[in-house]
Design a protein around this ligand. Structure first.
Ligand code: NAD
Ligand code: UDP
Length: 318
């Protein structure tokens, strides 16, 4: 049993991670400011022994007196809005969450001698000029564009992780997550999978941005969480960064067609303006995760969309 802090633990990935860590008998502290997360996501964990919720903004340091945070073994740093409409709604705050947030968590890790994992992102590759993307690719981010608050914030967080490792010997793990979807996504989150499924279930038009030819690789949440936990518990000295994602690559038009088929929806497709700096293609090279973590995704897109649609159907009916 370990004592584990999960920041962003009331969000989509965080709540799935907390549920798994509690199930495995760990003592879990979930810290979240509830910006995009929700107490509904952790409702079933609230009464369970070993689970604690702390309302906290990671851009602020933790109270050093908080004895709950003594002797942590592990810190998963997931706190950061991940959906473009949310992270662009207050870009200055998004950058502070990533940069001040990781500094505060690294200071905490240093003080507790805890291992720390940073949830980085495929967005560090920007609009990639190399396809598919291996970890060695250094990326193509527009530093002054509307996605930069997120992309550059995450790049800076990776920099801080490796600088604390080199300067203070903090035990670090960095994963670069590619688009992940599944139960516990917020129906109003604004990301493509939740938008399409909710629109399809409501019989509304599916909103395709641009001509729908841009691609993404979609990973089902259970696969992603499995990779994340494997990385956290990997051999000391293996810091990453390591890509975690499903290499299946689909256009947004193909995704819309799959969602329509899985939900049995007769929704029409409508084409809307493409947001600026929207990456054209994205697909992970996952050889490093296969080799170092013995990890590869198992859930295909149709199966995962089916499970996710089931979740949203129940949520919308409730
Ligand atoms: P999410 O928006 O559902 O979860 C983020 C959580 O962080 C929310 O609960 C939110 O309230 C919390 N949060 C935001 N700002 C905070 C702050 N200042 N202090 C404390 N809590 C704060 O998003 P998600 O998809 O679960 O993403 C989780 C992490 O994984 C994020 O760091 C994101 O960048 C990263 N990631 C996710 C994906 C994906 O496809 N889901 C891809 C790449 C990276
Ligand atoms: N997208 C879309 N319709 C939507 C929401 C998003 O066509 O209703 C597109 C978006 O422009 C992008 C892709 O889907 O090309 C993935 O968007 P998402 O916000 O899910 O993730 P990200 O762009 O951060 O990879």
């Amino acid at each position: 049993m370990s004592k584990i802090l999960v920041t962003g633990g009331a969000g989509f990935l965080g709540s799935n991670l907390c549920a798994r860590l509690v199930r495995e008998g760990n003592e879990v502290i979930c810290a979240d400011n509830l910006f995009t997360g929700s107490l509904d996501n952790i409702r079933e964990l609230m009464g369970q022994p070993g689970f604690t919720f702390l309302e906290h903004d990671v851009a602020e340091p933790f109270d050093v007196q908080a004895d709950q945070l003594d002797q942590l073994d592990q810190i998963y740093n997931l706190a950061c809005p991940a959906s473009p409409p949310y992270y662009q709604s207050d870009p200055v705050k998004t950058a502070k969450t990533s940069v001040f947030g990781i500094i505060n968590m690294l200071e905490l890790a240093r003080r507790c001698h805890a291992r720390i994992l940073q949830a980085s992102t495929s967005e560090v590759y920007g609009d990639p000029q190399v396809h598919p993307q291996p970890e060695s690719y250094r990326g193509s981010v527009n530093p002054i564009g509307i996605r930069a608050c997120y992309d550059e914030g995450k790049r800076m967080a990776e920099t801080m992780m490796f600088d604390y490792h080199r300067m203070y010997d903090v035990d670090i793990k960095v994963i670069r997550i590619f688009n992940t979807y599944g139960p516990k996504m917020n129906p109003k989150d604004g990301r493509v999978v939740s938008n399409f499924i909710v629109q399809a279930l409501r019989g509304e038009d599916l909103t395709i941005y641009g001509d729908g030819s841009q691609t993404r690789s979609f990973c089902y949440v259970d696969d992603l969480i499995d990779g994340m936990v494997r990385m956290m518990n990997s051999a000391e000295g293996f810091c990453g960064p390591v890509n975690l994602g499903n290499p299946g690559e689909f256009t947004m038009l193909e995704l819309a067609q799959k969602v329509a088929a899985v939900t049995g929806s007769r929704s029409q497709f409508v084409f809307k303006e493409l947001p600026s700096d929207d990456p054209v293609r994205r697909k992970p090279v996952i050889e490093l995760a296969e080799k170092e973590l013995g990890w590869e995704p198992k859930v295909g897109l149709e199966e995962g969309l089916g499970k996710t649609a089931e979740y949203f159907r129940e949520l919308l009916n409730a």
